[in-house]
Design a protein around this ligand. Structure first.
Ligand code: HEM
Length: 89
């Protein structure tokens, strides 16, 4: 069964590791199109489960992750050690 927005609604290549998919494609996407896609991606995110058994610490875990990432990038000079980002597809 497909997604109502189509197989590639997390486009392109939903099976690929592409964290930049969360950013707007400034060359080929309007702000309105981006917001629609972003909302669809957030609704498809089941990292913390959903419904009445959703993770009770979801919001605190997200906040802690933001804090950890910000601390990481403030403390260290982070860069790719490989010529290309790794593709996990
Ligand atoms: C990145 C961190 C975390 C992720 C990705 C995560 C993810 C999940 C997932 C997928 C579930 C299962 C939802 C289901 O059964 O459908 C869950 C449940 C739960 N999580 Fe987390 N979790 C995280 C952190 C935490 C932390 C730090 C705590 C507590 C200190 C916590 C407490 C719970 C509890 C109590 C449940 C059971 C909720 C229920 O069944 O009513 N989680 N979590």
């Amino acid at each position: 069964m497909g997604h109502p927005l189509g197989k590639d609604y997390l486009r392109p290549g939903p099976e690929s590791f592409r964290p930049e998919r969360w950013l707007r494609d400034v060359d080929g996407e309007t702000e309105e199109g981006y917001q629609t896609r972003l909302t669809a991606m957030k609704h498809a995110d089941l990292m913390f489960g959903a419904g009445k058994r959703v993770c009770l610490e979801r919001n605190i875990s997200i906040m802690e992750t933001y804090k950890a990432m910000a601390t990481l990038f403030l403390t260290f000079d982070v860069s790719y050690s490989l010529p290309q980002p790794r593709d996990r597809s």
